[in-house]
Design a protein around this ligand. Structure first.
Ligand SMILES: [Zn+2]
Length: 352
C-alpha cells in the first residue's frame, strides 16, 4: 500500500508536469495563441523581429519566423543583399525604414495638409511596372507596391520576369507590401484559406527579395475578423487609401489624371490608389505629378504650403493615432522636394 502510494505520487507529479509543459508549448509555439495574447506578448515579440527588419518565411513555421533565431538577422541581411545585389548597409537602411510602421495597426490618411503618397496594387507587371519605376525615379518619388504572389510566385518565364521587377522595386527604395496571393474576396474564404493567402504571399516575397513585408492591403478592401487577427499577430500594418483613381473602370490616361487630381484637391492630399497592371495608369502618373507641381507653384506664390509627395511611412501612426515623428532624413527629403519645386516654378515646369 505504502509502496503503491510512493510510486503513484511521483507518477502523478510527472503527469501534471508533462501536461503543464504540453500546454505551455501549445500556447508558445501554436499557430493560434490563446485569446488575450495576441495584442500583448505575441505582438511584443513580433515587433522585436521587425526590429531586425526582416524574417525569413522560407519553410519555417510561423512561430519560428515570429520569434526569430539568435544570430539569424545578420544572415537574413546577407540573403537580402545577395538577392537584391546591394551592399549590406543599403539593405539595412531599407530594413530600418520598415520600423516606421512598428505599432501601426492601420494606415489611414491621417496627415493634415498637402501630403500625397502613391500606392500601386495588383502588380508586379513586367510590361507596365518598369516604365512606372523610371517615371517615379524621374521625379524622385518613393511609392508603395502591394503585390500579389500569383504574378511572381511560380517558375514560369513570366513569373521570373515579374520577380526581377519586384526586386527592382525594393532596390529603388520603394515599399513592397502584401496584397494576398490570388486576390480573392477574403470574406468568402475559410479561415484556413485566408491564412494560406497571407502566408503564401509573405513567403513568396521573402523568397524573391529576402525581406518580409510588414504592410498588407486587403484585396477589394475586404477585412475579416480572422485576417485582422492573423495580420496583427504577424505584425502587419493594414494599409488603406482615401484617393481611389478608379483606374480599373476609367481606362484612359486623361480620365485617371482628372479623377486623381480632383480628389487630391478635395481632400488636400492623401493616399492615392492606382494599379501598376494598367498602362494607362502608369502613363497618368507623370501628368498627375506635373499638375501637383504646377498647383504647388500657385500655392507658393500665395505664400502657402506646397504639396509634398512622400512615402507611405509618413502616414504611419500608433494605436492612438499619433504620427511617427519626422527624423533628419524626412526633413532633408522634404526640404529637397520644396527646393526643387521652387526651382521648377521659377524655371517654368517642363522637364523635371
Ligand atoms: Zn487589388
Amino acid at each position: 500500500m505504502d509502496l503503491n502510494r510512493a510510486v503513484r505520487l511521483p507518477v502523478s507529479v510527472l503527469g501534471i508536469g508533462l501536461f503543464a509543459l504540453t500546454l505551455f508549448f501549445a500556447v508558445e509555439w501554436g499557430e493560434r495563441p490563446a485569446r488575450g495574447r495576441d495584442a500583448g506578448g505575441t505582438r511584443q515579440r513580433s515587433r522585436r523581429s521587425t526590429d531586425a527588419g526582416m524574417a525569413t518565411g522560407r519553410s519555417a513555421p510561423a512561430s519560428e519566423t515570429l520569434k526569430g533565431r539568435p544570430g539569424s538577422a545578420g544572415r537574413r541581411l546577407q540573403d537580402a543583399a545577395l538577392l537584391l545585389g546591394l551592399d549590406r548597409p543599403r539593405v539595412k537602411r531599407i530594413a530600418t525604414r520598415w520600423r516606421r510602421f512598428d505599432g501601426t495597426r492601420i494606415v489611414w490618411d491621417q496627415r493634415v495638409g498637402r501630403l500625397v503618397t502613391f500606392t500601386f496594387d495588383d502588380g508586379p507587371s513586367h510590361r507596365v511596372t518598369p516604365y512606372l519605376l523610371d517615371q517615379l525615379d524621374r521625379f524622385g518619388i518613393k511609392a508603395t507596391f502591394f503585390v500579389v504572389g500569383r504574378r511572381f510566385g511560380g517558375r514560369s518565364s513570366i513569373a521570373q520576369k515579374n520577380q526581377e521587377v519586384l526586386r527592382e522595386e525594393v532596390r529603388r527604395g520603394h515599399f513592397v507590401g502584401s496584397h494576398s496571393y490570388t486576390h480573392p474576396m477574403m470574406a468568402q474564404l475559410s479561415t484556413d484559406r485566408q491564412k494560406w493567402e497571407i502566408m503564401s504571399n509573405e513567403e513568396a516575397i521573402v523568397r524573391t527579395c529576402g525581406l518580409r513585408p510588414y504592410l498588407y492591403r486587403p484585396p477589394f478592401g475586404g477585412r475579416t475578423a480572422y485576417s485582422n487577427r492573423l495580420l496583427e499577430r504577424r505584425a502587419y500594418a493594414i494599409a488603406m487609401w482615401n484617393l481611389s483613381s478608379g483606374d480599373p473602370f476609367g481606362r484612359h490616361v486623361a480620365k485617371v489624371h482628372r479623377t486623381v487630381l480632383k480628389k487630391i484637391h478635395k481632400h488636400r492630399g492623401g493616399i492615392v490608389l492606382m494599379h501598376d497592371t494598367n498602362g494607362w495608369s502608369a502613363a497618368a502618373v507623370p501628368l498627375i505629378v506635373r499638375s501637383i507641381l504646377l498647383e504647388s507653384c500657385t500655392l507658393m506664390r500665395r505664400g502657402e504650403q506646397p504639396y509634398l509627395i512622400v512615402g507611405l511611412d509618413r502616414f504611419a501612426a500608433d494605436a492612438h493615432g499619433r504620427l511617427v515623428p519626422l527624423d533628419a532624413e524626412d526633413k532633408t527629403e522634404a526640404a529637397a522636394w520644396f527646393d526643387r519645386t521652387r526651382r521648377l516654378c521659377q524655371a517654368g515646369i517642363r522637364e523635371p
